[in-house]
Design a protein around this ligand. Structure first.
Ligand SMILES: NC(=O)c1ccc[n+]([C@@H]2O[C@H](COP(=O)([O-])OP(=O)(O)OC[C@H]3O[C@@H](n4cnc5c(N)ncnc54)[C@H](O)[C@@H]3O)[C@@H](O)[C@H]2O)c1
Ligand SMILES: Cc1cc2c(cc1C)N(C[C@H](O)[C@H](O)[C@H](O)COP(=O)(O)O)c1[nH]c(=O)[nH]c(=O)c1N2
Length: 177
């Protein structure tokens, strides 16, 4: 089909209204993560549910970051980040990093260490992916950061945390007895 006709065919679909889309997205349960960075641009961190695995070769995750977030310029400059996937005990930490709280207050509330990139690793996270940002694509209000994992840390005894229907839910692992 010629490009003009393809465009005309696509234009016949109206976009779903924003609130209706959010109400629908609230039905998708997801892991909750605190994304951190440190480097020439300074230290920053925010809560993100828009995170997923892209490929294992090379081991790559994606993180969606709203360009209007206060932390955006810091992540853009540093080009490294850590995806810290939260455990069941981290509900209040998730809210702290998801709101309007100043950076120092966010980081004071937990214990951190470093691995390869210098990004803060949450010591009791379920799992942490220390990454370099390899590619960025803008879609609408967000940037999609493609992140290659260069180091990992796991806490195999922790339970998970899921964000579903605008609430947090603990997700129990079957632990060996
Ligand atoms: N991807 C995101 O940027 C994203 C995801 C989850 C929550 N949030 C923010 O966290 C706060 C609380 O969220 P909530 O789930 O309690 O209620 P909500 O009604 O704002 O969002 C419902 C769902 O819609 C999606 N969503 C919300 N805002 C979005 C955005 N700007 N871009 C893309 N998808 C978005 C998410 O899947 C979210 O769980 C809100 O300020 C929300 O904007 C942002
Ligand atoms: C459960 C949950 C999940 C998400 C968020 C919030 C919460 C509570 N937020 C919002 C994000 O954390 C917030 O905008 C940042 O903390 C930046 O806020 P300030 O601009 O610094 O106030 C968020 N933002 C984003 O850009 N991508 C995402 O995937 C998510 N996911």
């Amino acid at each position: 089909m010629p490009a003009v006709e393809k465009q005309a065919a696509a234009d016949q679909y109206a976009a779903v209204e924003k609130q209706e889309y959010r109400d629908a997205m609230a039905r998708l349960g997801s892991a909750v993560n605190i994304i951190t960075t440190d480097g020439p641009g300074g230290r920053a961190g925010f809560t993100a549910s828009a995170v997923c695995s892209v490929t294992d070769s090379p081991p790559t995750l994606l993180v969606c970051l709203n360009r209007s977030a206060s932390v955006y310029p810091v992540f853009k400059e540093n080009q490294v980040l850590c995806v810290n996937t939260l455990a069941d005990c981290h509900e209040s930490l998730s809210n702290l990093f998801g709101g309007k709280t100043p950076t120092e207050q966010r980081f004071e509330a937990a214990r951190w260490m470093r691995l390869a990139t210098g990004s803060p690793i949450l010591t009791d996270a379920l799992v942490s992916f220390d990454c370099k940002v390899t590619q960025i694509t803008s879609v609408g209000t967000h940037d999609i950061l493609f992140c290659e994992a260069v180091a990992l840390r796991r806490n195999d005894d922790s339970h998970g945390l899921v964000y579903f229907d605008r609430r947090y839910h603990p997700l129990m692992r079957q632990l060996a007895c």
